[in-house]
Design a protein around this ligand. Structure first.
Ligand code: FE
Length: 210
């Protein structure tokens, strides 16, 4: 069943929405004046949510899969281990890596807002910030996995981690079968953003072209 950790405070929401409002106001002014195309902006944001940002995390996971000493450092203290690969900075001051196994699947949510480990995953996707995800991840994590199109064996326990401004969780997915001897670069291609949030699994070898 679900172990839910919910005893930390989150960042200042009034400040967040203030920034948010300013960004939106600026965006609409610039759009009105014809400086920017909102569709182009959406593409840019989408790219940072799903492509550019999560590539860092994918490198971290691929390193953990191939280097047992690095994996041990990552699981015992993730922030400096991630720093070894050059990834650090805002919204990543205290990252905790949690590892999936056949017995345990980890899923990350921020129940209050949208805390997310920026240095490894980039910008949080829109659904991560949505009220339905934030509520359902806690109440019915297995249902969330179904919504994302997959199921785990009933014997696999699901643990939900509540990210906060202080601690941001990062999932190390299971290494797919059939990848023995793969290089770190090849392995990184299998690591999806959602697999590092726990709402997905790493791709199987037959899902990528080598
Ligand atoms: Fe938050």
């Amino acid at each position: 069943m679900t172990d839910h950790h919910h005893d930390h405070h989150h960042h200042d929401h009034s400040e967040l929405s203030e920034t948010d409002l300013r960004v939106r106001a600026l965006e609409s002014i610039l759009t009105e004046k014809g400086y920017i195309d909102p569709a182009a902006l959406d593409v840019l944001i989408e790219t940072y949510e799903s492509k550019v940002g999560p590539r860092n995390g994918a490198r971290v996971v691929a390193r953990a899969w191939t280097d047992p000493a690095f994996r041990a450092r990552l699981l015992s203290d993730a922030t400096p281990a991630i720093g070894e690969l050059g990834y650090a900075g805002r919204q990543g001051e205290h990252i905790v890596a949690v590892e999936n196994t056949p017995e345990l699947h980890n899923m990350v949510v921020c129940t209050l807002c949208s805390c997310y480990p920026w240095p490894v995953l980039g910008l949080p996707p829109v659904w991560y910030k949505s009220a339905p995800y934030r509520a359902k991840a806690v109440k019915d994590p297995r249902g969330v996995l179904q919504d994302f199109g997959f199921a785990l064996p009933a014997t696999t326990k699901i643990r939900v981690w509540d990210s906060t401004a202080e601690i941001r969780y990062f999932v190390v997915p299971m290494r797919p079968d059939g990848t023995e001897g793969w290089s770190e670069d090849q392995l990184a291609e299998l690591v999806t953003r959602d697999s590092m949030i726990g709402t997905g699994l790493a791709k199987r070898p037959d899902e990528v072209t080598r």
